[in-house]
Design a binder for this molecule. Sequence first.
Ligand code: PAF
Length: 278
Amino acid sequence: MQVISSIPDFRKARSDLRGTLGLVPTMGYLHEGHLALVRRARLENDAVAASIFVNPSQFGPNEDFTTYPRDMDRDLSLLRVEGVDLVFAPSPEDVYPPGFDTWIEAGSVSQRLEGEHRPGHFRGVATVVAKLFNVVQPDRAYFGQKDGQQVAVVKRMVTDLDMDVDVVVVSTLRDPDGLALSSRNVYLTPEQRRVAPIIYRALCQARKLWEDGERSGESLRSEIRRTLEQEPLIEKIDYVSVADASSLEEVDTIRQPAMVSVAARMGRTRLIDNVLLG
Ligand code: PAF
């Protein structure tokens, strides 16, 4: 496995590969969710690249960029075991050299939900993902459904900018009690960790209502809020959404595939999760 930080060196290594290449973009501090993406990429491609880059431009000024968990040695050992061929691990200066001044402004799909609570987040995500696609030149790129809005934004960008990359979405991996795997789960205190699966339980209750025939977006949203509001350790609910799965516009009546999503704060941790309907 080659670990490369400079863009010219990565391009050289990429040009030596033959056959299809799958890319798993990450911010490191890898967990089983990331490894599921790598395994899927391994199955579907001749070679696999992973990127490890904590992207400063997708963090707001009061967010956790400096404290975001990092463990490069452990990440590299995990990727080696999975048979990854190339790791792209640039520095912020490699990605954003002095004078850098071109950004991808994702459209309306990026303005709602996370976009409302994390202004500029998807501008940072779209820009870095476009840069990663340009450098790595993958045939397929693998993203987790856990970040459902990120998937919608990246798909929109790939379509709108005619990028020649297949976006492959892999189901969310969960702990046995239902909590979606996330690098940020390490921030949870034991008490918060114990109650955090309530988010997935609330989403599953909403899905059950839908399976039983409920089609009102508002009924599902209220039911989820009612469940979450019963838990005192949930300090703030940023949003509860039942939205069209591709545009992420809130729906009154669920007819098309929909994404039910939640963002809620417990102490310093912001948890997001979603389930798909239809
Ligand atoms: O999902 C992530 O880890 C990041 O948002 C990504 C896609 C690697 C871009 O920095």
